[in-house]
Structures are given as C-alpha cells and as structure tokens.
Design a protein around this ligand. Structure first.
Ligand code: FAD
Length: 240
C-alpha cells in the first residue's frame, strides 16, 4: 500500500481571531496550490515529546484561496497538538497530508441548507457557504446557526453579517448566551433551538443539515434530527 505524500508549508502569517483562537496562513514550500473541496481538512504531523502526533485541521480558506491557505484553531487546555501549533511563529514549517474528508459541500442543489455550528466548528462552513452563495441560484437557501458562549467568540462574525446583507438567500443566526465557556454546552444552547425550529415546527423534508462541533453532544443533534424523520443522508455531521 502506498503512503500519502507529505507536504511542507511555511507559516506565512498568524492572526489572533479571539482570545484563544488563531488563524495560520500557510504556503506550500514547492509553490504547490492546494486543491480542496469546501469542508475538507488537512492532517498535520506534529513533532511533540519525541513522537509524531497527527491532528486534523479544516481548511478555512474560501474557494480560490489555494496558494496561501488558512487553518483556524483554538488552544485546548492541556492539548499537546494545539499547544504545539500555538508555540509556532511566522516562517516556521509545518508538515501535513491531505486534503481529506467527505464532510463537503461542493455542488449545492435547490434546497434549504441549515448549517449548525458549535464554537470553532464553524470553520468548515466558511468555504461551504461561500461556494453555495457563489454557485447556486435563488432556489437554494442557506441558514447558519452559530452557537458560542460570548459575542467575542464568534469567528468571522463581520463576514457572516456582510454575506447576510449582500445575499437575500443567506441568513445568519448567532446563538450567544453570554455565559462563561465552562457553562456553555450544546445541550443548553443548540438542542432547544433545533428542537423548537426544526423538530416541533413545520418539518420540511427538503432540508439538508450540516452539523459541526466538539465532543459527543454533536451526536445528540444528529439523532434529534434523524429521529424527527429527516433522512440519514440529509443530516451530515462532523464531530471533533
Ligand atoms: C476532521 C477534523 C477536523 C478538525 N478541524 C479542526 C479545526 O479546524 N480547528 C480546530 O480547532 N480543531 C479541529 N479539529 C480538532 C483537532 O484535530 C484537535 O483534536 C484539537 O486541536 C485538540 O488537539 P490537542 O492535541 O490539542 O488536544 P487533545 O489532547 O487531542 O484533546 C482532544 C480533546 O479535545 C476535544 N477537542 C477537539 N477539538 C477541540 C477544540 N477545537 N476545542 C476544544 N476541544 C476540542 C476532543 O473532543 C477531545 O476530547 C478537527 C478534528 C477533526 C477530527
């Protein structure tokens, strides 16, 4: 079996998105452009404590931004992979394989797409929604439900608002409770909203759901929607 090619990229720029979240802009050292589908991720090979850890990070770039591409991540308390990346500086090198993954939206159809994001889990929806807004007609509707503890935690907030202002078929619904991060949970914030709007009220089976977030609670959302009668294929999810 042949192994996947390993690519090396230079960290061209690092920006702070929120108090604990950064974007890394990467450029492949051989000048190779990254060809990816919206929603795919890269597998980074991180030298930590004498071993090589593998950690997945989703490509946050918009389609068309293949030469200098972005990943966006938060520092996890005690997490070796994210801590290693947060110790990197501009001009350092990173190795990765990919792109990988089937949690993608490349050719939207005339349907209502509901993107449900838990905190940094909004990242795959940036290229997906951009693709949807640039390639689909007005029969395609996109809604982004985006939950986070505080307004300051909302990534790409100005961009979602700008897209909502420009595109009549895109709506952005931030679900911010104004709580401390340790008090936040998918069960408290997203489950009641999804239950109210997509389970109890007018269920429309032309809907397509994409869910992305952290931990097992993502499965609760998936099961809630599938249990309400939405088809398995209409409820796609990615659990980090
Ligand atoms: C397909 C895929 C794509 C991913 N894309 C991204 C991305 O774009 N941005 C990103 O920040 N992370 C992403 N992740 C998560 C990332 O791969 C790592 O799991 C994360 O950075 C924690 O690694 P660590 O070594 O620091 O901590 P570990 O010690 O490996 O901690 C793992 C624990 O942290 C939880 N966790 C995973 N991700 C997060 C997070 N972001 N915040 C808080 N807790 C988390 C896991 O559920 C698990 O319980 C992705 C994961 C997958 C499977």
């Amino acid at each position: 079996m042949s192994s996947s090619p390993i690519f090396t990229a230079t960290i061209e720029k690092i920006i702070e998105r929120t108090s604990d979240t950064r974007s890394f802009f990467l450029r492949a050292v051989n000048g190779r452009k990254l060809s990816f589908l919206p929603g795919q991720f890269l597998s980074f090979l991180l030298p930590v404590g004498g071993e090589t850890l593998t950690r997945a990070y989703t490509i946050a770039s918009l389609p068309g931004e293949e030469a200098c591409f972005e990943i966006c991540l938060n520092q996890v308390d005690g997490g070796p992979g994210s801590s290693y990346l947060f110790s990197r500086k501009e001009a350092d090198l990173l190795c990765f394989t990919g792109p990988w993954g089937n949690f993608v939206l490349n050719q939207p159809t005339a349907a209502e797409y509901i993107f449900i994001a838990d905190r940094v889990g909004v990242v795959p929806f940036r290229p997906m929604i951009a693709r949807l807004l640039t390639t689909s007609g007005h029969h395609t509707i996109a809604r982004l439900l985006y939950a986070a503890p505080q307004v300051g935690d909302l990534l790409y907030n100005a961009e979602w608002q700008g897209w909502e202002g420009q595109c009549a078929h895109f709506s952005f619904r931030p679900l911010v409770v104004g709580c401390e991060p340790e008090e936040y949970s998918i069960e408290k914030v997203l489950v009641p909203y999804v239950e109210q709007h997509f389970v109890k009220e007018a269920r429309q089976h032309s809907r397509r759901f994409y869910i992305c977030g952290i931990g097992r609670s993502v499965l609760l959302l998936r099961d809630l929607l599938r249990g309400a009668g939405y088809e398995r294929q209409a409820v796609k999810y990615e659990k980090w």
